[in-house]
Design a protein around this ligand. Sequence first.
Ligand code: MN
Length: 206
Amino acid sequence: MKHELPKLPYGYDSLEPYLDAKTMEIHYNKHHQAYIDNLNKALEKHSKLFEKKVEELLVNGLEAVPEEIKLIVRNHGGGHVNHSLFWQIMTPDIRAREFKGEIADAIKDKFGDLDKFKEQFSASAMGRFGSGWAWLIINQNKELEIISTPNQDSPLMEGKIPLLGVDVWEHAYYLKYQNKRADYIREWWSVVNWKKVNEIYMDSLK
Ligand code: MN
């Protein structure tokens, strides 16, 4: 089956004033759609791969993907899976934004407290030169870790499960924040869907 744009779980203006409606619309409707279109196009000559979920294409350094389309699938399959998660881990629901549950306990255990975690995560996002992402992941030992990836590389490619990620491509913030990536990241924390992050965390431990 061809890959399709997943439904955005809220409106374009739902994350205002932190993320503006115009950015959300272009980001979802144009950027994410383009990753999907390019992924589908690359898979056309290898249509057997349409049976696999995008996550299955990316794991183990994309070992299931033929060499001639590996880079396209890495960039656009990565873009698809990263953005699908990104929409999920943000929310307009005030209650879902509360930092609590097992993930909150695990973060406090690992990083000290929420502020210290935010500081480290934000530093990782700021330190990503050019385009990419910062992530909170579960590694192979089921431990929390903060990492950053370039371009659209997904933690799944190296066997890590992403729980939370921030997109630091300029297309994610330039309209509202221009060159001020630090301001964007600071405001982005306000819309994090900790309820969803907790669900993904609990699933990742199974
Ligand atoms: Mn993006």
